[in-house]
Design a protein around this ligand. Sequence first.
Ligand code: RIB
Length: 307
Amino acid sequence: MPDVTVVGSLVIDFVFQVQRQPKPGETLTAEAFGIFLGGKGFNQAVAARRAGASVAMIGRLGDDVFAPLFEQALDREGIDRTGIRRSGDGTGVSSPIVDRGGQNTLIVAPRANLTLTAADVDAAAPLIESARVVVAQRETSPQSIRRTAELARHAGVTVVWNAAPAGPAEPEMFLLTDILVVNELEAEAFAGCRVDDELAIREAARRLQERGPRTVIVTLGERGAFVRSGTREQRLAAFSVEAVDATGAGDAFVGALAARLAEGAPLEDAARFANAAGALAVTTLGAEPSMPRRGEIDLLFRTSEPR
Ligand code: RIB
């Protein structure tokens, strides 16, 4: 019985480290390059596992050279991958471009991830129904995401939806979600308003909450995070860390949040723990290598005051 089940994407990241982001039409020479395992779903599964949860993952890999790399990594981490199948399309790929300030822009081709069907999710239903917390994003097919939330909701399992990346709105998903996690750009896209100052963040969270979720969390990168749950609001300041690569920081937040909630921690506590995990993730290049372990999170959480 997993504490946390992640239904989501597995994507191989070709990471380019550059001095600054390229302009349209410009060719830049990278200062460094690396190939890392990633995908929001995979990163969140690894983050939850390293934060101390037992984890299962449901998803789709391609039938190609990248699939065994993910399968071996999941086995190494001790993540149940009985819900992961291979399909004819290639494994998802992406190109994060990371600048000197650690900020990233990213292009994703989800490929096999989009072939995850509602029937695949049904076939793995026991992994969802027996979990404490179920996590989904927006890098698999809309049908798979909705079916995940329906099964979890029906079984009384907490649904954490990281509505990333932004895209066409799915009204039913908001209704089926307990805890919505978005970054500023996603908050803007889904709430339909600018999110450029503290008041606007509060307003966006309130608007998103009206669509269904009891709790809305807006992650704010180097400015921390904002949590609205019921009528309570919590502003989490950021931890002071040396930023190397922001890729996967949101995923570390979501995975750690799910793990801590699965332990029965109150939301406020779980959000602060997740905030520390997100901060640690920006200190290392690449998504998978940067997902922090429980000991590191506890240390930062207990010994450092956020800025
Ligand atoms: O959130 C970061 C992840 O998004 C990267 O690992 C990339 O694969 C994209 O899916």
